[in-house]
Design a protein around this ligand. Structure first.
Ligand code: AMP
Length: 628
């Protein structure tokens, strides 16, 4: 199996193509919920890069679609959060790799529109355009916009194109969320060499994990940002960071500290807070106070002709319940890792809110040791990502590199799409399993076609082999539980096994993944995927929309059949009308048209589906009465 050098060769082959040559900088990117930033190693030291104005290294993770169709990102987009919320997308990281059913509880928190369907497909965000129709964007496309902004920023700084990056994700991100992050990178024109856990990057930023003596060390990373809190317990085992446990609160962060100050002022003074503008103004003052109190003892400001005051001790008192919640999470994380506080060797502080003195003090007391807080807590993750990138570029001689797989390995899913199971650059040997199900009622066979490559449609990738899983007992679509396992050994031998869990039926194939392909060919496949990222994403979006539409069409027709006894003829012809419109859209190749028609049909049928459910429940209850 290839050593890392294959990537450098890939670069060399590509000298006159999109990917630049040996010696290029690989950058580190922190793609954050509130802010994102890019860093690189310069003269042996990791530094984050500011924009042209030289002001801040932070790029707000906000994307705004102007009414003329143009797009702005970062500070330029943030100003539209209050004036055009339906076209200004923030916190997109919370949606990355998530399906609608994952979001039922949180979607009302957003100022923009997330399509309201309780389904397992990945979310899309509807942004109204000038003529009242919606355009649909996936979180991947939106994240790619932010990554593009960072790419431009670092290219301006370096004066050369940048094509390769390491991107960080929270330790708790699942496989789908990690793949979504890779896809966003690809769409932004970046070859994502590695997805690194944020706490791992934070440790690297402090130089922990780069030396032999770090072997066996345990690290707690405490990350309190603007809107989220998480704590991770890591251990370095044979040079690799293992995540022992994570804990946290996805809705606890700096914003809650601001609110605590707002609450204090409103309890202490009688303040006019009636309009959204007044509320916004007061929150901004509260955030100013919070930041000021991280360095000073007392804060005074004027609000609508009144003097507002708060001192550090009062703020600390108000902050205590919030900090206590984070400490409870730390306790749970330790318990899950089966460790005591004494077992922790390093505590690392990440996120802007760890500047609050009460936070530092409380965390330090809980772990019974000094915390690492010498680096800028907003930059730690990106700096660590840059160090990891530098290691991958081979610039840190004494750090051992592991064997990796040079191209992604995956299977074909509905619509001819590639579903990568082992992403390129994964360490080998490795073993990954993923669950699938059937898409048609009574399906008794499933074809498993194995592909290698980075393109979104399998037709553009290299087919390694296929087999058919037979003897699946006939069941309704979606019920069979089929698990596909990929085992890749250090010699590139891939074994693919499919198992249907309800019946125990099983089938497997063994393939030499590197057989008959040269390193040059692999490099070209990679370059191709970057060149075609945009059109691939379009093709994927269209294929996904079509698959979804076909499923909904089937269910709509079934729904009419099953409920014809009570549906009025008017309702039936309305459903048929929307069904016809959707079928027409599916025949075309406009993804937004399909999604708009889908939304219309779903909107019309949702109340009817509720009624059907109520009727079923009522019928069941009635049955009960009769028999009891
Ligand atoms: P992040 O998501 O890591 O960028 O964190 C941003 C959060 O850190 C926001 O809630 C800020 O208000 C908060 N923050 C930034 N600077 C300070 C400071 N000096 N003291 C307290 N909180 C701060």
């Amino acid at each position: 199996m290839a050593k890392y050098s294959i990537d450098l060769k890939a670069g060399k082959v590509a000298e006159d193509k999109a990917v630049s040559s040996r010696g290029e900088t690989i950058v580190g990117i922190d793609l954050g919920t509130t802010n994102s930033l890019v860093a690189h190693v310069k003269d042996g030291k990791a530094v984050a890069v500011a924009g042209k104005d030289g002001k801040s290294v932070l790029v707000p993770s906000v994307v705004h679609f102007k009414s003329d169709g143009s797009v702005v990102v970062g500070d330029a987009a943030k100003q539209y959060l209050t004036t055009a919320p339906e076209r200004t997308i923030y916190s997109v990281k919370r949606l990355l790799g998530k399906s609608y059913s994952d979001l039922t509880e949180v979607k009302d928190r957003f100022g923009y529109r997330i399509i309201d369907e309780n389904e397992d497909r990945l979310v899309k965000i509807a942004v109204p355009d000038g003529d009242g129709r919606a355009k649909f964007y996936s979180p991947i496309e939106l994240s790619a916009r932010i990554l593009q902004e960072l790419k431009t920023r670092i290219e301006e700084e370096l004066g050369t194109p940048v094509a390769r990056a390491v991107i960080t994700v929270p330790a708790y991100f699942n496989d789908t969320q990690r793949q979504a992050t890779r896809d966003a990178g690809k769409l932004a024109g970046l070859d994502v060499l590695r997805i690194v856990n944020e706490p791992t990057a934070s440790s690297l930023a402090y130089g922990i994990g780069l030396k032999d003596e770090d072997e066996g060390r345990t690290i707690a990373v405490y990350d309190l940002g603007g809107g989220t809190f998480d704590v991770s317990i890591l251990r370095i085992e044979q040079g690799i960071f293992e995540v022992l446990s994570t804990n946290g609160d996805t809705f606890l962060g700096g914003d809650d500290f601001d609110q605590a100050i707002v609450d204090y002022w409103r309890e202490t003074y009688t303040l006019p807070v009636n309009t959204a503008e007044q509320r916004g103004e007061l929150r901004l003052l509260a955030e100013q106070a919070k930041k000021f109190l991280s360095g000073e003892e007392a804060f005074v400001a004027e609000y609508r002709g009144r003097e507002l005051l708060i001192d550090r001790a009062t703020a600390a008192e108000r902050f205590t319940p919030l900090v206590t919640r984070t400490i409870a999470s730390c306790g749970r994380a330790l318990a899950d890792a089966k460790l005591r506080v004494e077992d922790v060797d390093h505590v690392i502080m990440v996120g802007g809110s760890t500047r609050i003195p009460l936070v530092k003090r409380t965390v330090s007391e809980f772990f019974g040791r000094e915390v690492n807080d010498s680096l800028d807590p907003d930059q730690v993750v990106a700096l660590g990502a840059a160090i990891q990138a530098d290691v991958l570029a081979g610039n840190q001689q004494d750090v051992l590199l592991l064997d990796i797989t040079p191209l992604s390995l995956g299977i074909e899913t509905v619509g001819g799409l590639m579903d990568p199971i082992i992403p390129r650059n994964s360490k080998v040997p490795t073993r990954v399993g993923r669950k699938y199900t059937t898409s048609v009622d009574g399906q008794v066979k499933l074809k498993v076609a194995v592909y290698q490559g980075e393109r979104d449609m399998v037709a553009d990738n290299r087919k390694l082999g296929e087999f058919v899983l037979t003897d699946i007992p006939p069941m309704p679509a979606g019920i069979p539980q089929i698990e596909i396992h990929f085992y890749l050994d250090a010699d590139g031998i891939l074994r693919v096994k499919a198992t249907e869990h309800r019946s125990g039926t099983e089938q497997s194939v063994t393939i030499k993944s590197q057989y008959g392909i040269t390193e040059e060919e692999m490099a070209l496949m990679l370059i191709d995927s970057l060149h075609n990222a945009e059109s691939d994403m379009q093709a994927r979006g269209l294929a996904e929309a079509r698959t979804e539409a076909n499923n909904v069409l089937l269910s709509a027709r079934k729904f009419i059949r099953q409920n014809e006894d009570w549906l009025t003829t008017g309702q039936v012809s309305e459903i048929n009308h929307f069904v016809d419109l959707l079928s027409e859209a599916v025949a075309g190749d406009d993804k937004d048209a399909i999604n708009n028609r889908l939304a219309e049909l779903n909107e019309f049928t949702a109340p009817l589906a509720h009624e059907a459910l109520d009727r079923n429940v009522a019928a069941a209850m009635k049955g009960k009465d009769l028999t009891s």
